[in-house]
Structure formats: C-alpha cells, structure tokens
Design a protein around this ligand. Structure first.
Ligand code: NAD
Length: 285
C-alpha cells in the first residue's frame, strides 16, 4: 500500500539534496525547502551535480533526459508553509540540533495538512525524542538513508511506540518505490542497524592501527579477504570523512578519546580528511 505521491524534503544539504533528487528521479513530485535563497542556490548546484553523478555512476535509467526530468519535478522554496501545503510525506533532513528540529516540527505541525506524515532522517536523535514536537506522534517516524543514496540504497524505517502501524507500512512501501531497500526496525535502536554494526568495526580498526598492531592497509586487507567484504574500516572511513568518527569519539571518554586524538594528530591536522579532500588513509586522484 502506498498513498504517497507528493513529497517535501526539508533541508537541501548533503542528505536532503540526495533524498529529494532520488525521489524525483523515481517519478515523484518533490518540493525541497531550505532557509533562504542562498541555500536554495546551493541546492540547485547540488541537483546538477547529482544529475551528473547518476550518469557517471551508471544508475539504471539515468541519462541526460531522465536526470533533467528529475530536476524538472523538483520545486524549490524558502517558504515552509508553501512547501508542505500539498505534502503527503515530509522528510526532514535539517542539521542535527534538537533545538532546530524542535522549532521546525512545531511550525510544521501547525502548517501541514492533517494527513501529512513526517519522517526524520536524523542519525543520532531517536524519533521518540522528537515525536511530541510534531503534534501528531502517530504519523511520525524515522526514515534513515545512507550517504550516496543512489549507491548505498538502504532506508531504515524506525517508528516509536506511538507510530500508527499503517503509517509505518506506507513509509516502508514508499522507500521501496523510490528505489531503496527498506529495512523495518521493530523497535527503537540508537544507530539503527547500520551504525550498530559499523561503528564498533571502525573503532576496532582504529584501535589496531593506533595501538601499533598493524597498518591501516593491512587491517583493511584482512577484513576484505577474510569476509569477502568490498571495503575495510579505513576505506569506509575515507568515504565517510574522518571528521565524523572524530566527532563521535571526542564525545566519549577513555580509549575513545585516545583514538580521537590519534585521528586528529596523524590525519585531520595534516589535511587528510578522507576521499573528498583527496587524501585520508589512502590518496585519491
Ligand atoms: P547538512 O548540514 O549538509 O544540510 C543541512 C541543510 O539544512 C542545509 O542545507 C541547511 O541550510 C538546512 N537548514 C538549516 N536550518 C534549517 C531549518 N531550520 N529548516 C530547514 N533547513 C534548514 O546536513 P546533512 O549531513 O544533510 O544532515 C541532515 C540530517 O541528515 C541530519 O539529521 C543527519 O543526522 C542526517 N544524516 C546525515 C548523513 C550524512 O552522511 N551526512 C547520513 C544520514 C543521515
């Protein structure tokens, strides 16, 4: 069952622009909202870059014409009320600050039609921390994407105890309709499935290298060859960017702080921030 046809994405940064573009590419009418004209101009540039990436990465069905059609299905606005007036589903991808999310959901709850479902793409805030701000906890849940949605096309769907099961099923079905592999979670879990598996792996890799047991390249080799996985922890970190694990580790204590310091001194301070900067644990052309 999927009664969702008009979608609004709030925030057009790294993830919001990808979610909006992917949804439009799959044929949905999408309104993308951001705070001002400058942010919307960046969004236009991001959509153009995504159109090129889809073609370069060989996304099925992506050519000059289909990616142009996706851009034509995207409407940009800096007016929150206008952006949600027709929305069946709002996907929120604004910065990970609870005060900002609170303010946005409180306004959204007033402005959006009663039928509209709200979904957060938040990575670290649980939906139960946000549900009361929405004024409609039964129509609120998390729909969590991974960076580079066209390649890493998992969408984890996670409700709260208040989420209406019919709404949950609708969002699972929608995720499939936009080309994601939907993963329903039966109850709330910080980090969802992906980060519950990935974060311990990455930290174990850093501990082996920082402790002088082995080299990042060799640790990656062990993981790849022994498990058949395409990438090891350091290759994955280069894609994520080193600042994200650094920030996560910095908020903890004990050994985690030592690992954060190791990342900072040996890599981040030297400008080795990951694949996007041309160098991390590996160098990129
Ligand atoms: P980002 O900083 O790249 O983009 C945030 C966007 O939101 C910007 O365009 C900004 O102008 C806009 N914005 C700021 N305040 C706003 C407001 N009040 N209303 C609407 N838009 C506003 O952030 P991001 O990396 O895309 O992350 C967004 C959300 O997605 C976060 O909740 C994050 O946890 C989640 N997420 C990020 C990733 C990732 O790899 N970056 C992966 C999965 C989930």
């Amino acid at each position: 069952m999927n009664d969702i046809s008009t979608v609004t994405v709030l925030g057009t940064g790294v993830l919001g622009s990808q979610i909006a573009f992917q949804t439009a590419f799959r044929g949905f009418a999408v309104t993308a909202y951001d705070i001002n004209e400058e942010a919307l101009e960046s969004a236009r540039e991001r959509f153009e870059l995504l159109a090129q990436r889809y073609q370069k990465d060989g996304v099925e069905g992506a050519d000059e014409e289909t990616t142009r059609a996706a851009i034509d299905r995207l409407t940009l606005t800096a007016d929150l009320g206008d952006s949600v007036r027709e929305a069946d589903l709002v996907i929120e991808a604004i910065p990970e600050l609870i005060s900002l999310k609170r303010d946005t959901y409180e306004r959204l709850g007033e402005l959006a039609p009663e039928r509209t479902i709200f979904a957060t793409n938040s990575s670290t805030l649980l939906p139960s921390e946000l549900k009361d701000f929405t004024g409609r906890p039964e129509k609120f849940l998390a729909l969590h994407f991974a960076n580079e949605v066209w390649r890493f096309n998992i969408a984890e769907v996670m409700g709260t105890a208040d989420t209406d099961p019919a709404v949950f099923d609708q969002v699972v079905s929608f995720a499939g309709a936009i080309g994601m592999v939907p993963i329903p979670l039966h109850k709330e879990k910080a980090g969802y499935v992906l980060n519950s598996l990935l974060v311990p792996l990455l930290h174990a890799g850093y501990a082996l290298a920082a402790g002088g047991y082995s080299e990042p390249e060799d640790i990656d080799k062990v993981w790849r060859i022994s498990t058949g996985a395409p990438m090891g922890p350091f290759q994955i970190t280069d894609i994520i960017g080193l600042r994200t694990p650094y920030n996560v580790l910095s908020e903890k204590d004990g050994e985690a702080l030592q690992l954060a310091e190791w990342l900072k001194t040996n890599y981040i301070d030297k400008g080795k921030l990951g694949a996007a900067s041309g160098e991390g644990f590996y160098t990129y052309s």
